[in-house]
Design a protein around this ligand. Structure first.
Ligand SMILES: [Zn+2]
Length: 312
């Protein structure tokens, strides 16, 4: 077992990547925007470096089958902003690139200004490389909702999408927020569920907890394509309410960089393949990330403030 554990990284192929966009050429929101100029640069980079853009389901299936997905990339677009319809869509068509669009259904159904209409959505769906999927009804912070509220929100979104003949099998968590309870509620409803934790796609991918890497205004795609999953197992986080008391994990590395939102990056030495730190750090935000990193290899974990979550 031990030998297998250490050889594992050598046996694996390279990893695929799913990249996530939100807004296109919309300067009002730089943190979720990509300019059309940068988008084209990224597409040109992929083309000239032999990357193939596929639907994310194809990427996931191939990864699980043990095929080499090193040169495969998939694109997701969350929130169905009008700016994709206006500025982004034509560039995807120009490059014949597929994408999955995750619809914030209430925004579309109630004609909220920034979001696509059903008619615009239908126009996009005519493109044979477009995959229309579900990004909730009301874009809620799911972990703050009761189980019944989560189910109600999801059913409402599914009803409206399916009434328009969209074949829904995928879900992207609003804000990338979820926990074990949310995962369990949504698992029977979708084949593919996507988070927003940076990481690669490899053979061990969990179809219902898939990593995605957000690309915003100045993101360097060449660098993001280098991201691979870090070999770190049995991660255990000991906490009292919102304070991270201890983090333990098993890893073959002698030193690992560890990040916690608000706490920053620290180099941590391991002992006999055990990583153990006692940050004693109180989370200040609702949504936080713990990241383990060695060079381009990373593992990202989402941690939420328990005091603001619903306990049932
Ligand atoms: Zn969203």
């Amino acid at each position: 077992m031990r030998i297998f554990f250490f050889l594992l990284p050598l046996l694996l192929f390279g990893e695929g990547h799913i990249f996530l966009y939100h807004r296109f050429a919309d300067d009002r929101h730089p943190s979720t925007n990509i300019s059309t100029k940068v988008l084209e640069q990224q597409f040109k980079y992929l083309k000239s470096h032999g990357y193939k853009v596929v639907n994310s389901k194809t990427l996931l299936q191939k990864a699980r089958n043990g095929e080499n997905v090193d040169k495969l990339v998939a694109f997701h677009i969350d929130d169905s902003f009008k700016s994709f319809y206006k500025n982004g869509f034509k560039i995807f068509k120009k490059y014949h690139y597929p994408f999955t669009l995750f619809v914030y259904v209430e925004g579309t159904d109630k004609h909220f200004g920034d979001f696509m209409s059903w008619r615009e959505l239908r126009e996009i769906a005519k493109y044979d490389k477009a995959d229309i999927q579900c990004h909730s009804y009301a874009h809620p912070h799911l972990p703050k909702l009761s189980t019944l509220q989560v189910i109600a929100d999801t059913q409402k979104a599914l009803e409206l999408l399916r009434a328009r003949a969209y074949k829904i099998d995928s879900y992207a968590y609003p804000y990338g927020e979820y926990d074990a309870r949310i995962k369990k509620i949504l698992a029977p409803l979708f084949t593919y569920i996507y988070n927003q934790n940076a990481g690669g796609i490899d053979k061990n991918v969990d179809f219902q907890d898939v990593n995605r890497i957000a690309l915003t205004h100045n993101a360097n795609i060449a660098k993001k394509l280098q991201i691979k999953n870090l070999n770190i197992q049995n991660i255990h986080i000991k906490r009292t309410k919102d304070t991270i008391k201890e983090i333990r994990a098993i890893t073959p590395y002698k030193q690992i960089e560890v990040y916690i939102t608000g706490w920053g990056w620290r180099w941590i030495k391991t002992k006999n393949h055990i990583l153990c730190i006692k940050p004693n750090f109180t989370l200040r935000k609702f949504r936080n990330r713990i990241v383990f990193r060695v060079g381009d290899r990373i593992k990202t974990i989402l941690v939420l403030q328990k005091s603001k979550q619903t306990a049932y």
